[in-house]
Write a protein that binds this ligand. Structure first.
Ligand SMILES: Cc1cc2nc3c(=O)[nH]c(=O)nc-3n(C[C@H](O)[C@H](O)[C@H](O)COP(=O)(O)OP(=O)(O)OC[C@H]3O[C@@H](n4cnc5c(N)ncnc54)[C@H](O)[C@@H]3O)c2cc1C
Length: 399
């Protein structure tokens, strides 16, 4: 038993407080199982300006909130009208238009919807529901040492050393904990570019209504010539765009914002005027490189006692199917339910390992399914037949 165990409960350590970390802590806390969440950021808003919106699916992201009593809170913040989606090519002609739902639409309809919520708002909602003394901000894990009996010794950059009876890596794409289970490392997708944005104030100016009206209430994906501009309107009125191109791994976005802008303008020279205007006007203080990585499709590892990984740490994939955050949330819910049962029933030995290994297999099969869909979707976005290939794909997917 670890130095931090209380009341004979095992010390469950969750490393990473992005999306799946807080969902796991919440699921355990709601069922009376103590755990500790270690996050390297100093506070919830340390990188609050980053991250766009996430559309949550009924069976995965929404389920993780529903089964933890947060459906009403989600509905207060969800943007059902932001499900509006447009697709088209570089000339700005809309080839596919899916209207969002009315904010007041029947709750029953949620089963067939994917309401949007800003990542920042989702995390706030989750963290407000957590036991605050279980969250350790400013704890960057620097090393892990396996001990006897499935325990692990964790060392953090602030000097804390602690022992976990069960360790969960919720530490994202470049997980440190993954190496305890698998030699896999993230593979470059051959796609890089930038995240750029217009602040709410700039987006609202009357002279920028051409941009604002084109983007609409939700998302507009523009694809052609093996390039993508994926626009989205965030809840605070900000308009964000992911600008992606096929590039070698050594390609870098210039660190000087003016040079970066010019490079993007040159790359998108024959795209519609409002798209080029978006690049010209984008906030020079908020231009971020966005190379895309993924883990091998079907990533797996032999089950190991005392440690597992969830979310991007387990099945990192590019964002072309909108699956990553949804999977991270349902991984955390399902693991939380299994661990609650293991602890409350006092399962030990083979029974305990079989329960956790069974959940791991289910998670990895689901991850493999979505990683395959994501690969096909990425091919569509960058195919010579884009935007028509993408329109066909979305028509099939959205019925
Ligand atoms: C540009 C882009 C757009 C996306 N759009 C969508 C979308 O529309 N829909 C969707 O479903 N998904 C989307 N995703 C994917 C989604 O963001 C991820 O799948 C999701 O964030 C994974 O959650 P996570 O909790 O596993 O990891 P993360 O959210 O990355 O969280 C990991 C956390 O671990 C912490 N951490 C890392 N290392 C350490 C350490 N050593 N010690 C302590 N803490 C540590 C980090 O600070 C971070 O808070 C997108 C991804 C990208 C890159």
């Amino acid at each position: 038993m670890s130095t931090q165990s209380t009341n004979d409960q095992p010390h469950i350590a969750i490393v990473g407080g992005g999306i799946c970390g807080p969902v796991l802590l919440l699921t355990l806390a709601k069922r009376g199982i103590p755990a500790t969440l270690y996050e390297r950021d100093d506070a919830i808003d340390a990188r609050g300006h980053l991250g766009g919106m996430l559309d949550l699916d009924w069976e995965t992201g929404q389920r993780a909130l529903r089964e933890n009593g947060l459906q009403d809170e989600f509905l207060k913040h969800a943007r059902r009208d932001a499900e509006e989606l447009k697709l088209g090519g570089k000339d700005g002609v809309v080839l596919f238009h899916h209207q969002g739902s009315k904010p007041s639409a029947d709750v029953e309809n949620l089963k067939n919807e994917r309401p949007e919520i800003d990542r920042r708002v989702l995390r706030k909602l989750l963290y407000a529901a957590l036991p605050q003394d279980s969250i350790k901000w400013g704890h960057a894990l620097t090393s892990v040492k396996p001990l006897e009996g499935g325990q692990h010794e964790l060392t953090f950059s602030n000097g804390l050393v602690t022992v976990a009876d069960f360790l969960v890596g919720a530490d994202g794409a470049h997980s440190r904990i993954r190496a305890l289970l698998s030699p896999a490392t993230p593979i470059y997708q051959g796609i890089s570019g930038a995240e750029i944005l217009l602040s709410p104030e700039v987006a609202a100016l009357p002279e920028n209504s051409d941009i604002s009206n084109s983007v609409g209430k939700g998302s507009y994906f523009v694809t052609e010539d093996s390039k993508v501009m994926a626009f989205q309107r965030n809840g605070d009125g900000r308009i964000r765009a992911y600008v992606w191109m096929n590039k070698d791994i050594d390609w870098v976005l210039p660190s000087d914002p003016k040079e970066a802008k010019q490079l993007l303008l040159d790359s998108y020279a024959d795209w519609a005027p409002w798209m080029r205007k978006f690049i010209s006007l984008c906030d020079e203080e908020a231009m971020y490189p966005r190379p895309l990585f993924h883990l091998p499709v079907g990533h797996r590892w032999p089950h190991k006692a005392g440690v597992t990984i969830i979310g991007d740490a387990a099945h990192l994939m590019a964002p072309f199917a909108g699956a990553g955050a949804n999977l991270a949330m349902v991984d955390a819910l399902d693991l939380g339910l299994v661990l609650s049962e293991v602890v409350s029933k006092g399962l030990q030995g083979e029974e305990k390992e079989a329960a956790i290994a069974g959940w791991e297999e289910k998670m990895l099969a689901r991850g493999e399914h979505w990683a395959s869909i994501t690969m096909l979707s990425a091919q569509g976005f960058f195919s010579p037949d884009a935007p028509h290939a993408v329109v066909a794909m979305f028509k099939q997917f959205m019925g």
